[in-house]
Design a protein around this ligand. Structure first.
Ligand code: CP
Ligand code: NVA
Length: 307
């Protein structure tokens, strides 16, 4: 197994499913009140160039529940000293580094120059931790046979979708991106997914065709962190891609609604959908804790099976 958690594409399907199974076990241990100090005495550095609620708190709470500690760095990488100099300092003190950066290359560079695991907590390109939590929530609602499910991601082909595409390259699932022209996913990841996807992989601009038969309808903000200047223009371009009751009616009657959060209510999703019984957004948010603990408990122990 690779040392770092940068991209789901770096893992094989069995390794990804092992993270998910461990996340389920750790979730049950939390519910049962069973202590699990697998990372006793270990420290994780958390680097945030961008804002965060879920990622910041779940990594802190996760390390606490695993018996370890976190230290926080709120800074833009490469501004005060080089990325590699900073990383070489950190590896002398901590047992792992989690980073949320603008440039994906900075997380990759850090991983390459240190001996401790580096965990990608969102870059402009990818958000792999999110997808582990999402799939954990999806399995809880729809069962473990992911290969029979269709996920329709409606909106921007952004970092969250790119990581879903990487997931679909490794684990059987049917994945469709429904987006306005010009807002498709990363071309390199798309080409790989078209070649390697274990299920159907479709990119379409047609909302009805894309959402038809979906077991899960997923959306995310139209303008991601760092794209704030484009927000007004994007609001017009994406208007027909809003997930509202009419759009949800195109999916299967028992389809769930998913969103990584934070949501811009009234833009990419309406209140009636995100607040409906079909919405599993807070299950996804809850599972950030358990899924990331599975990654931490595996990688910070050198890939050894945790429990
Ligand atoms: N979904 C997600 O990553 O949330 P935060 O930006 O609040 O961490
Ligand atoms: N695509 C969003 C995800 C936030 C969790 C962003 O990058 O801002």
């Amino acid at each position: 197994m690779v040392k770092d958690f940068i991209s789901l594409a770096d893992f094989n399907g069995d390794e990804i499913l092992a993270f998910l199974d461990l996340a389920d076990k750790l979730k049950k241990m939390v519910k049962d009140g069973a202590p699990h100090p697998l990372l006793s005495g270990k420290t994780l550095a958390l680097i945030f160039e961008k804002p965060s609620l879920r990622t910041r708190l779940t990594f802190q709470i996760g390390m606490y529940q695993l018996g370890g500690k976190t230290v926080l760095i709120d800074d833009i990488l490469g501004r005060r000293e080089s990325v590699s100099d900073m990383a070489h300092n950190l590896e002398r003190w901590v047992d792992g580094i989690m980073a949320r950066t603008y440039r994906h290359e900075h997380v990759v560079e850090m991983a390459q120059c240190v001996h401790v695991p580096v965990i990608n907590a969102l870059t402009d390109l990818l958000h792999p931790c999110q997808i582990l939590a999402d799939v954990q929530a999806l399995r809880e609602r729809k069962g473990a046979d992911l290969g029979s499910l269709k996920v329709a991601f409606v909106g921007d082909g952004n970092n969250v979708f790119n990581s879903w595409a990487n997931f679909a390259r490794r684990v059987p699932i049917n994945l469709t991106l429904v987006c306005p022209p010009g807002y498709e996913a990363d071309p390199e990841i798309t080409a790989c997914a078209q070649r390697e996807a274990k299920g159907e992989f479709v990119i379409t601009h047609d909302v009805s065709a894309g959402v038809r038969g979906a077991d899960a309808v997923y959306t995310d903000v139209w303008a991601s962190m760092g794209q704030e200047d484009e927000a007004a223009a994007r609001a017009e371009i994406f208007a027909d891609y809003q997930v509202n009751a009419k759009l949800m009616a195109l999916a299967k009657p028992d389809a769930v609604f998913m969103h990584c959060l934070p949501a811009h209510r009234g833009q990419e999703v309406t209140d009636e959908v995100i607040d409906s019984a079909r919405s599993i957004v807070f299950d996804q948010a809850e599972n950030r804790l358990h899924a990331q603990k599975a990654v931490l408990a595996t990688l910070l122990r050198g890939g050894k099976q945790a429990i």
